[in-house]
Write a protein that binds this ligand. Structure first.
Ligand code: ZN
Length: 242
């Protein structure tokens, strides 16, 4: 049983896409990791942040945009089981937003309540979960250790999650920040943000959080695994990689 909240990144598939779909004018193709993150509170309660790619009952990967790959045993339920966690015991799914690569696996976590921002468009979410529509800040465990907070721009109701720890926090940014370098460059912004001004305001906020000591974990860049700072709540394992 952990003494502090822990974050286990779970690699749940891969997307191959034109690079300029994610970054203005970027050449060629990119291969993007897709993640769910298991958050385990010291009380043993657990939630996931995003749910990764998944297959339908007919074996097709959910989502038709781009080329998606989900190896056998890599969906969120299989990854949780491999981590020693029964998917049926996970009590919550915090969705950064309602794109298929973030909510696909939600149906595989049957007893969880879904936390989605009140302004986020509701796409197909028909697996019978209870929905909690979050405000701009939501205290997930009631002890201020884990905050879900609004990071609009990529979509109108995009949200991120902040796990407090000594010396700062770990921030699961979702698609408010695609890559590790996204906060450093002005020429690497998203071409298709729902609201460009909000996207840039959110980016400035994440830059300020990083300057204050937070570790910002991007939505689609595995190189964060090589940059985990001392004291971080992130516990990477073989399940964090392909
Ligand atoms: Zn995404």
């Amino acid at each position: 049983m952990p003494l502090t909240t822990e974050i286990l990144p779970l690699r749940c598939g891969t997307i191959r896409a034109p690079a300029n779909a994610l970054e203005v004018d970027a050449p060629g193709e990119v291969v993007l990791p897709v993640y769910a993150f298991l958050i385990t509170h010291p009380s043993r309660r657990s939630v996931v942040f995003d749910a990764g790619l998944a297959r339908t009952d007919h074996g097709r990967i959910v989502g038709k945009t781009f080329h998606n790959d989900l190896p056998q045993g890599h969906d969120v339920a299989a990854r949780l089981t491999a981590a020693g966690v029964d998917p049926a015991q996970v009590e919550g799914i915090v969705l950064s937003h309602s794109h298929y690569d973030h909510m696909g696996g939600a149906a595989l976590i049957p007893n969880a309540r879904i936390f989605i921002h009140r302004q986020e468009e509701l796409r197909t979410l028909d697996a019978g979960h209870d929905l909690i529509r979050t405000e701009d800040s939501h205290d997930l465990f009631g002890d201020r250790s884990v905050e879900v907070f609004a990071t609009p721009g990529h979509t109108c109701g995009h949200q991120s999650l902040r796990v407090r720890r000594e010396g700062g926090a770990d921030v699961l940014a979702g698609d408010a920040c695609y890559y590790c370098h996204s906060l450093d460059r002005d020429d690497a912004d998203q071409p298709y943000a729902f609201d460009k001004d909000q996207y840039l305001a959110t980016k400035r906020r994440l830059v300020a959080m990083r300057a204050a000591g937070d570790f910002i974990i991007p939505g689609h860049d595995e190189s964060f695994l090589d940059r985990i700072p001392k004291g971080s709540a992130v516990r990477a394992s073989g399940l964090s990689r392909l």
